[in-house]
Design a protein around this ligand. Structure first.
Ligand code: GTP
Length: 608
């Protein structure tokens, strides 16, 4: 296919506005998959199917025969589609996908209208110089109001009515026009076929047999199986073992040409060698590197430790392979007196962290201990002696266990974000109350139509990572949406809370919070633990402690748990089976002193 007949584009939208459904229709209409071959073909991961959300961008190459018009000639076109996730926690995926795209289809739900991630994704695409094709979806819904969405798109982004398509991805109506608009409006890739080979790696995953599989966008020249290439980032050399297109399953080929997007394997056994955003070139040549992505800055950090140290190596290998597939996650080694050697991982949000944990378990069978998520704080140190000891006058910490002695700190700083919230008028009051309650400061408020408001708030990151999204949804019956970006640091007063079970510190739960929240957070953690930790054979005291002061306390009453009680008399094999099942359950437990706590409790505890 000549470069002029290639179109590379992403589908971007707010959560649930229908990206994966539209991708399904496009795949069907171009014959890449059979009609009605199933739902959400590109949502391949078990987590995605279970949660019904896309967490991972997926690529598919489609053949499309275009009839031709005044602007573009008829012919066979190669369309590379990337379906992206909609949730703010996975914005790293969107950002990477746009690297290999010249255009984006911006989907907006005809009933819900422009939402916070619609605004964020539109701005991101425009800032990268992409052509945006606006499409209103779900016009089949009874309460669809596409005219209203048109005026919102016009008011917020200045998009003209005649450029906006109206479709139903579910029923397939208008979808053909989307394909036409892709060919007509989106420019072919700015590729130079005759120049030396340059390719950009924008995604990868690990395959047991072939090592890392790299998704590569061929910017210039061509690449053949057997070619010798070099990573400009690491200087390492490789031989290309296989190449192919994703249709959406792998279709091997001998050569990829400028403008194309495809996969490549070159026997990379160590996932740590792969850099997303790296430029590859022919061995022995020097080329200018392609602009990569500035990696999304992780906002939320959590410790990850093997349940017992014998699993350290297998956990490391699982983490490295999964991080290869989720390049927004950062990984550094860490250690803890109670949990041993482990890692501190950085995520874009709590959902990102949860999904990562779930993928570790589902795809790699790893069940590590994960600590309470925390943001990164800063502390200005007092006194020349301390500054000399630390080698700096300002220390940074995300692990609450590294909370410095308050005596040596002149001021603490916490990260803040600028949050964009779009809400119907009727919920404005409760949304504002929620933001103020979370120590927010209002920056602006704009009416985007007769009864919808777009608010901007400066909010401490710490106040939104765990459950802000759930709250904003529940106070607005699901109508308000929310997106955020980091906005630096502000001075703050914070304290460290330790949680004790019968006097033993629960390393996973020690946390840092604003001083005004200490009693509330302490109480919350204690009552949640009281409800979530199964009763033991003895009474357990749950305490929240700041320094030497107990701020909250609860008791978990004693219980005698006899798992075999249910099988009266019965035969011995049944009894053995129950005991075995209990033993299996115990593997999912973490011992704190002599108290058994199911591992999943720790994340559940944090939710308000
Ligand atoms: P994320 O990837 O999680 O952000 O979601 P998404 O944007 O991919 O949305 P998805 O395609 O999963 O669709 C969300 C819901 O909207 C599903 O229940 C779809 O069946 C429904 N949906 C999508 N398109 C249409 C449409 O045109 N009409 C109607 N009535 N429902 C639709």
């Amino acid at each position: 296919v000549p470069v002029e007949n290639i179109r590379n584009f992403s589908i971007i939208a707010h959560v649930d506005h229908g990206k994966s459904t539209l991708a399904d229709r496009l795949l069907e209409m171009t014959g890449a998959v059979a009609f009605n071959s199933g739902h959400q073909i590109l949502d391949k991961l078990q987590v995605e199917r279970e949660r019904g959300i896309t967490v991972k961008a997926q690529t598919a190459s489609l053949d499309y025969s275009y009839e031709g018009d005044d602007k573009v000639p008829s012919g066979n076109y190669l369309l590379n589609l990337i379906d992206t996730p909609g949730h703010v926690d996975f914005c790293g995926e969107v950002s990477r996908s746009l690297l290999a795209s010249q255009g984006a289809i911006l989907l907006v739900d005809a009933n819900k209208g422009v939402q916070a991630q619609t605004v964020a994704n539109y701005r991101l695409a425009v800032s990268r110089g992409l052509v945006v094709v606006p499409v209103i979806n779900k016009i089949d819904l009874k309460n669809a109001d596409p005219d209203r969405v048109v005026s919102q798109l016009n008011k917020i982004f200045g998009l003209e009515e005649d450029t906006i398509l109206r479709i139903s991805a579910k029923l397939g109506s208008g979808v053909e026009d989307v394909l036409k608009a892709v060919v007509r409006e989106i420019p072919p890739p700015p590729a130079d076929v005759s120049a030396s080979f340059r390719g950009l790696v924008f995604d990868s995953w690990f395959d047991k047999y072939r090592g890392a599989v790299l998704l590569i966008y061929i910017r210039d020249g061509f690449l053949r199986v057997g070619d010798h290439i070099t990573s400009a980032q690491s200087g390492q050399n490789y031989e290309v073992r296989s190449l192919g297109l994703l249709r959406p399953s792998e279709e091997p080929c001998k050569m990829l040409c400028a403008g194309q997007v495809g996969y490549m394997t070159c026997n990379v056994r160590n996932p740590a060698e792969v850099h997303i955003g790296a430029t590859f070139h022919r061995k022995g040549e020097t080329v200018e590197q392609l602009p990569g992505v500035s990696a999304a800055t992780p906002l939320v950090f959590a410790g990850v430790y093997p349940s017992d140290q014998s699993q350290y190596t297998s956990l490391r290998s699982a983490l490295e392979k999964l991080v290869l597939n989720d390049s927004a996650v950062t990984m550094a080694t860490d250690s803890s007196p109670a949990l041993g050697q482990g890692w501190r991982l950085g995520f874009l949000g709590l959902l990102h962290l949860e999904v990562f944990g779930q993928r570790l378990e589902q795809e790699y069978g790893a069940e590590p201990v994960m600590t309470a998520p925390s943001v990164t704080y800063k502390a200005k140190l007092l006194g020349a002696k301390n500054i000399k000891k630390y080698g700096t006058d300002e220390i940074t910490f995300s692990n609450p266990a590294h909370f410095p002695d308050v005596q040596i700190v002149s001021e603490f700083y916490e990260p803040v974000v600028t949050a964009t919230i779009i809400t119907p008028d009727e919920y404005l009051g409760s949304v504002m109350t929620l933001c103020l309650d979370r120590r927010g400061q209002q920056i602006s408020s704009v009416n985007i139509d007769n009864d919808r408001v777009m608010l901007q708030f400066l909010l401490p990151l710490n106040e939104i990572i765990v459950d802000f999204h759930d709250y904003i949804k529940s106070t607005s019956s699901g109508y308000a949406s929310f997106d955020y970006e980091s906005s630096g640091y502000v001075p703050t007063k914070i304290v460290k809370i330790d949680i004790l079970l019968n006097g033993n510190k629960v390393e996973e739960l020690c946390t840092v919070c604003h001083f005004s929240r200490a009693v509330m957070v302490g109480r919350h953690l204690c009552t949640r633990l009281r409800d979530l930790v199964p009763r033991q054979l003895f009474q357990v005291a749950v305490q929240a402690v700041v320094g030497s002061k107990i701020v909250a306390r609860e008791n978990i009453k004693a219980l005698r748990k006899d798992v075999t009680a249910k099988c009266y008399g019965g035969d011995i094999t049944r009894k053995m089976k129950l005991l075995r099942r209990q033993a299996e359950g115990k593997k999912k437990m973490r011992m704190i002193g002599n108290i058994e706590v199911p591992k999943h409790t720790f994340i559940s505890v944090l939710k308000r």
